[in-house]
Design a protein around this ligand. Sequence first.
Ligand SMILES: [Zn+2]
Length: 286
Amino acid sequence: MKNLIIKMLVGNDQIRLYMADQTELVRKVYQMNERVPAVPKLLLAQTLSLMGILTGTLKGNQRLSLALSMSDRTQKISADADARGNIRGYLNEALFDMQECQYGSTHDLIGPRGMLRMVKGNDLHQYTSITDMPAQNIAEDFARHFMQSDQTLTHFAAPVRLGPDGEPISAHAIYAQLLPGASPELLDELKRTLGAERELLDEIKAGNFTGSEEALQKVFKDMKLIGTSECRFFCGCTRELFIGLLQSLGKEEISKTIKDNRTIETFCHVCGKRYSFMAEEVVSLM
Ligand SMILES: [Zn+2]
């Protein structure tokens, strides 16, 4: 099951509203970062959930890349997304290898000097924009970023519901953009509606499009469906690819690594996946 993005117009056709069930995506992020403390893991999941819904705004060969720097500049999250709905992203090593987390919330982890850097474009044209993160909240600071870079009033949300074991039960993403000329009050009204209709998110399920559409229609009487799209976590890396890379290091380099450790650890810098190899496994193939 993929993550479904439902796209619609609401508020008398003056707000473009996208809602997505990101449960599958967030579960994948949690699986891939199993040993990471809860706070950085949640921030990565929310970041990728938002990047996922933004794939629905990209066209043709457009890409969107994000670098999120915490107040502690050694700590970063990177992510990118394309118009086909593919998203990748990872915690840098300072966050991934964190044994104990001194931060009690994502707000504290981002800290007062967090920074968002986004690059949007295709191979020919790219546009970079950088903003700070005064809200210390990824969704609110995304909205601020779009206000500053595109002069569009937007609303983002990326709620993740965790079970008592700390594992995700459900995750959703919301993107709402006020269309040019419309009154900002419409967006405030939408936020109030979304806040009051808390059960709505439970009804948005990737596997039940008809049910989701009906639930949305009940809340947004004038909603017009404009389309759907899907997003997914995707990186093309494989274990075999890494064996090939290790072998290209040459015997000498590898035997140096083997002396120190029985296993060789590799790390995909695109998706953050780790592959470990027994030293014998690499050598036997040479
Ligand atoms: Zn990868």
